[in-house]
Write a protein that binds this ligand. Structure first.
Ligand code: NAD
Ligand code: IPM
Ligand code: MN
Length: 359
């Protein structure tokens, strides 16, 4: 198949991990006979430096025209002055809004070979397989903001329609899994959370085959550590989802491992690792590319409908996590390039034995 993929490497380790993910997609194209055309555009701090804007209009237009978008990370100390008039992260938020990608899927799986890297006891990690569905285009991230000399505000607003569409997505996804949804809110304090809870409960009535439980976000932060294998699909609002998924990454062994897919209506999607620009290791060639590579697998699955290819990439990554080489965050000493090479070799083996290669 032919596909146009826009790449937005961004800042810090973004370009390093995005290059690895593109190399894997190119390998997939070669092995399975696809034609992927890549076009790179600026976003974030590097876009501010080049154009004054974190999301140049040409970047957004290219993303809107593409079949899928692969992003690295934005931000870094150079642009982090709290009084700066413009910030890299604004570019990412504008992109998510501009693409209408309201559902951010963040799968958490714990590879058995990495269990020792988690701060949790190994027996707690057995069977952990959670799909976080984070609402991505509403809440405090997008409400009105004010800043005065003595006070500042961030309005947190949700509409019923915004909650309903992400809820439906979560229930649909649960049907392809273990049929259980945990909705996380702060309904004991926040009005938006009370609307969230009642809307989720109403949507749940359309999915009688899927179980629903509500959980308050503070206790959920604790339960994720004490009973992580209890959860299947976890749906929550934007800010809670941001925080809980970084916490979840610690269960997997490193923030560098987790991918994400941001979806709206249709197959158009934005794919990015959940980690940031990692300024402490940027430019050293040591970033773990796995989160970005697994994001490319999600791109194959959700935007291009290439399930066999997505599974081949995931199997290749699993093989490398098991046998190495491992990057520094996983206790190894391999650089980004060595991990990428190992994934490419594993992928080649996989493709050579799969039917698609010969057909
Ligand atoms: P971070 O995710 O960049 O880094 C947190 C820690 O995890 C660091 O020690 C880092 O070295 C490590 N880490 C992250 N990715 C890694 C990888 N692939 N391999 C190995 N180690 C990895 O979070 P931060 O330091 O709080 O934020 C830095 C900047 O990134 C900020 O400007 C923030 O706004 C931005 N950020 C961007 C995104 C995004 O673009 N989607 C996401 C999160 C943070
Ligand atoms: C993420 C990041 C972003 C978020 C920032 C950089 C805007 O932390 O993708 O998780 O908070 O959504
Ligand atoms: Mn985050």
């Amino acid at each position: 198949m032919k596909a146009r993929i826009v790449t937005l490497p961004g800042d810090g380790v973004g370009p390093e991990v995005t290059a690895a993910a593109v190399a894997v997609l190119e390998a997939v194209a070669g092995h399975y006979g696809h034609d992927f055309a890549f076009a790179e555009h600026p976003i974030g701090g590097c876009a501010i430096d080049a154009t004054g804007e974190p999301l140049p209009a040409a970047t957004l237009e290219a993303c809107q025209r593409a079949d899928a978008v692969l992003l690295g990370a934005v931000g870094g100390p150079k642009w982090s002055d709290p009084n700066a008039p413009v910030r890299p992260e604004q570019g990412l938020l504008a992109l998510r809004a501009g693409l209408g990608v309201y559902a951010n899927l963040r799968p958490l799986a714990v590879h058995p070979a990495l269990a020792a890297l988690s701060p949790l006891k190994t027996e707690k990690l057995r069977g952990v397989d959670v799909l976080f569905v984070r609402e991505l285009t509403g809440g405090a991230y997008f409400g009105a903001k004010t800043r005065g000399a003595d006070a500042a505000t961030d309005e947190c607003k949700y509409t019923v329609a915004e909650i309903e569409r992400v809820a439906r997505r979560a229930f649909e996804l649960a049907r392809g899994r273990r049929r259980h949804v945990t909705s996380v809110d702060k309904a004991n304090v926040l009005e938006t959370s009370r609307l969230w809870r009642s809307t989720i409960a109403r949507v749940a009535a359309d999915y009688p085959d899927v179980g629903l439980e509500h959980q308050l976000v503070d206790s959920m932060a604790m339960l994720l550590l004490t009973q992580p294998s209890r959860y299947d699909v976890v749906v929550t609002e934007n800010l809670f989802g941001d925080i809980l998924t970084d916490e979840a990454a610690a269960l997997a062994g490193s923030l560098g491992l987790l991918p994400s897919a941001s979806l709206g209506e249709g197959s158009h999607g934005l794919y990015e690792p959940i980690h940031g620009s990692a300024p402490d290791i940027a430019g050293q060639g040591v970033a773990n590319p796995v989160g970005a590579i697994l994001s490319a697998a999600l791109l194959l699955r959700h935007s291009l409908g290439l399930e066999a290819e997505a599974q081949a990439v995931e199997a290749a990554v699993a093989q490398v996590l098991e046998h190495g080489p491992r990057s520094r965050d996983l206790g190894g000493n391999a650089g980004t390039a060595a991990v990428l090479d190992a994934v490419r070799i594993a992928l080649e083996d996989h493709a050579a034995t799969s039917h698609a290669f010969f057909s």
